[in-house]
Design a protein around this ligand. Structure first.
Ligand SMILES: *[C@@H]1O[C@H](CO)[C@@H](O)[C@H](O)[C@H]1NC(C)=O
Ligand SMILES: *[C@@H]1O[C@H](CO)[C@@H](O)[C@H](O)[C@H]1NC(C)=O
Ligand SMILES: *[C@@H]1O[C@H](CO)[C@@H](O)[C@H](O)[C@H]1NC(C)=O
Ligand SMILES: *[C@@H]1O[C@H](CO)[C@@H](O)[C@H](O)[C@H]1NC(C)=O
Length: 230
């Protein structure tokens, strides 16, 4: 912790993590969501046997109303703060928005303080677009031949993250940013690169040798990275 903290700003640490993630993440490419067999199938999220093996069970059609196709939860910033990154994710995936069940679509809203970051991550199940509602966002992804594509986006701009590519978002400029992102899956999957390596408690000997580093540095990274689960 001391080594990194003394020599790097928080932002520099994030960039180091981006680099580490880019080097080490394995991408899993799978098929997109399958086509629906009915016009809609509002998820019955609470059905006792509703295990989401390939979508949820459908709510009884006689009980479906216009509200089932409506989601109002993106009006305001939600409360899923990505600890330590000054970014907040508000989900409109199938679990929050049962109407998208079987439709191959879902959304998130991202809110960033100035300098806030969504660290490098992949969505194994979906391509994603980002639409900047407010502010400016530096973003990019790594293609499957390990090429980095980056762009600074401004209000009104849209950018594509191809399915299963490692990508990130960083709020640039001195104002906060809001983005509205869409996925071509009802649940895109979320694999945070740094978490896959460190929050899973992967053996530090393996990590140190893999990075050509040492355990003290691995301990420092492990002690300081934002934790998204666990
Ligand atoms: C599922 O159950 C929870 C807890 O009882 C409730 O808050 C939620 O509204 C229910 N969701 C649906 C779609 O019925
Ligand atoms: C988050 O915001 C606080 C307060 O402005 C700042 O000290 C910190 O460095 C920021 N963290 C990141 C990752 O931008
Ligand atoms: C933000 O940046 C703009 C453009 O550089 C500048 O005009 C403005 O004064 C800055 N605002 C703050 C609060 O620093
Ligand atoms: C990484 O940090 C966590 C939380 O501080 C700790 O519980 C865990 O033991 C550390 N992992 C290793 C391999 O040292």
């Amino acid at each position: 912790m001391a080594t990194l903290s003394n020599h790097c700003s928080g932002l520099a640490k994030q960039f180091i993590l981006m680099f580490l993630g880019a080097v080490f993440v394995l991408n899993h490419v799978r098929a997109a969501d399958p086509d629906p067999l009915q016009d809609f199938c509002i998820a019955d999220i609470n059905a006792s046997n509703s295990i989401p093996t390939n979508g949820y069970l459908c709510k009884a059609r006689s009980l479906v109303t216009a509200d089932d196709f409506t989601f109002t939860g993106l009006r305001e910033k939600g409360d899923t703060v990505v600890t330590g990154t000054n970014a907040t994710i508000t989900y409109a995936l199938v679990q929050q928005y049962p109407g998208v069940n079987t439709q191959g679509i879902s959304h998130v809203r991202l809110d960033f303080e100035p300098g806030g970051v969504i660290p490098p991550h992949t969505h194994p199940l979906a391509s994603e677009t980002i639409f900047v509602v407010e502010g400016s966002v530096f973003t990019g992804f790594v293609s499957h031949d390990n090429k980095l594509f980056t762009k600074t986006l401004h209000k009104g701009d849209v950018f594509l993250f191809p399915r299963a590519t490692l990508h990130f978002q960083l709020c640039v400029g001195n104002v906060s940013a809001i983005t509205f992102n869409s996925f071509n899956a009802q649940f895109p999957g979320l694999l945070m690169a740094a978490n896959q390596l460190f929050v899973t408690n992967m053996n530090h000997d393996v990590l140190a040798k893999s990075f050509g580093s040492n355990e003290a540095v691995m301990n420092a990274v492990n002690a300081s990275i934002p934790r998204f689960w666990g």
